[in-house]
Write a protein that binds this ligand. Structure first.
Ligand code: MN
Ligand code: MN
Length: 475
């Protein structure tokens, strides 16, 4: 039995001590810009140039899937199908329906467990409805159903681009990407002028713009000719037919996503931050991808997951609440002659997702001692969830210690951070789905300002620290 320390019948001795002596009892957290060398800051900024380039090229889960596979193949990763034989040193990737991807570098005995990182590559946005096209008063629109948690009023009167796929009757897939090129047109959701918005401004904030008012303006010219109804709609269909060879019914076989047509930019006079659409969770996905691409001969198999559907609760067959990861690991175990239960039970996961950075403009929602701050390093979050820790995996102390100590040893600067005050809300990540597979799991990610807004902000040094964290964990 382990000895339990008791306080019975002991005197509490009051000592006099110096400031230095007193300091040793407490955590010493400093802004990364104070403690990182100029050389390392330069490295971080260079890393973030790559990140910005990625952010301007890949905005949706499908585009990131393609980007990741392209980079992986260049780095020697081979496509893996269930049943394929693998051996130590192999680099493989598993493409889940073009919307999620698993990358792996095979290590020694897989029954010792694998080291997983799991980020999501979907971000809040406006999805087109199944039958989206309509015309009203000679203006053409797309109806939308928003995806993920957004403040709807933030999505009006900003330029939007359209991304996705349409499957035509002949089975051919049309890839849509319009609004990103400098010379492309863009789209937008209109809003009411303040002069006439007296009543609108009295609506509660979640109804200033209602779901059915998130209509995307897409055209205004009429087609010429006699006895044609819906002239604007017809003109738009004519353009889409000429461009993509589609008819209206093909929208029923499409996935089209409207996202902010905004380029990533440096923020601040000191260029210390990056503004972009979808840092949540690409700011973890990119460092995770860069880390696994550099992993060579790991002792334990390294696996990086870029998953879809986190923003809508991880359900669906490209989300982590489905079995695709389980099948992948079970299949690896089978091909290596290992017991999958041992593999899962000995595995560890960094659930790579963002956290809410402390915002001094809105201090009320944060509890300072348990908040993450911009430029204080990667955030390690023991539990998420809300209403009494519902919907969380809550990492155990043994595992938090293991990760904290590993980061300390590897020079990864980290901070703790809970998502806001108790009883004020909360949020979830993929951590619980990983933990439910009997994998030790903890959230590790980058603090973000204005999360889920069309243009979010992160710090360059934190982003770089995330990369260092994932690499240290898997190398
Ligand atoms: Mn997220
Ligand atoms: Mn999110």
């Amino acid at each position: 039995m382990k000895k339990i320390i008791t306080f019975v019948n002991e005197f509490l001795i009051q000592k006099i001590m110096t400031k230095e002596e007193a300091k040793k009892f407490f955590m010493d957290r400093k802004n990364l810009s104070l403690i990182m060398s100029d050389e390392e800051i330069k490295k971080a900024h260079e890393f973030c140039e790559g990140y910005k380039d990625f952010m301007s090229k890949a905005k949706t889960e499908r585009e990131i899937n393609v980007y990741a596979i392209e980079k992986a193949e260049k780095a020697g990763f081979k496509r893996f199908n269930f049943g394929d034989k693998v051996k130590k040193g192999d680099k493989i990737y598993f493409d889940n329906r073009g919307k999620a991807v698993i990358l792996a570098v095979i290590g020694e005995n897989i029954e010792d467990g694998v080291n997983l990182t799991a980020a999501h590559i979907d971000s809040p946005r406006l999805d087109l409805k199944e039958n989206p096209l309509y015309e009203q008063e000679e203006l053409g629109f797309f109806k939308t159903h928003y995806y993920g948690g957004i403040k709807k009023y933030q999505w009006t009167a900003i330029p939007l681009s359209l991304h996705g796929v349409i499957i035509k009757k002949d089975g051919k897939k049309v890839i849509v990407n319009i609004g990103e090129d400098e010379n492309d047109p863009v789209f937008l959701v209109t809003d009411l002028l303040p002069h006439l918005a007296q009543n609108q401004m009295k609506r509660p904030a979640n109804e200033i713009i209602r779901g059915e008012e998130l209509n995307i303006l897409i055209g205004s010219y009429c087609v010429k000719g006699e006895d044609i109804s819906s002239r604007v709609k017809t003109n738009i269909m004519q353009i889409l037919n000429a461009k993509y060879g589609i008819v209206e019914g093909d929208f029923l076989n499409s996935e089209l996503e409207a996202v902010p047509a905004l380029k990533p930019k440096d923020i601040g006079f000191d260029r210390s931050m990056i503004g972009a659409y979808g840092h949540d969770d690409k700011v973890c996905a990119y460092p995770e991808l860069m880390a696994i691409l550099e992993i060579k001969d790991p002792k334990k198999t390294a696996i990086a997951i870029l998953t879809d559907k986190e923003e809508t609760g991880s359900d669906g067959n490209t989300g982590l609440n489905s079995s695709y990861l389980k099948y992948f690991i079970e299949d690896l175990a089978a091909t290596l002659g290992a017991n999958p239960r041992k593999v899962f039970s000995n595995s560890k996961c960094l659930s790579a997702d963002v956290n809410s950075a402390y915002d001094p403009t809105f201090p009320d929602v944060f509890e300072k001692a348990n908040s993450s701050f911009l430029n204080y390093g990667v955030v390690v979050t023991k539990f998420t969830g809300s209403r009494g820790k519902y919907g969380t995996s809550d990492a155990n102390a043994e595992f938090t210690a293991e990760i904290h100590h590993l980061f300390d040893k590897e020079g990864v600067i980290w901070q703790n951070g809970e998502l806001g005050k108790v009883d004020l809300g909360g949020g979830g990540t993929v951590a619980l789905y990983m933990a439910n597979l009997n994998i030790d799991t903890i959230d590790v990610g980058v603090p973000v300002l204005s999360m889920h807004a069309p243009y979010e902000t992160v710090s360059k040094l934190d982003t770089y620290m995330a990369y260092k964290a994932f690499y240290a964990f898997q190398k």
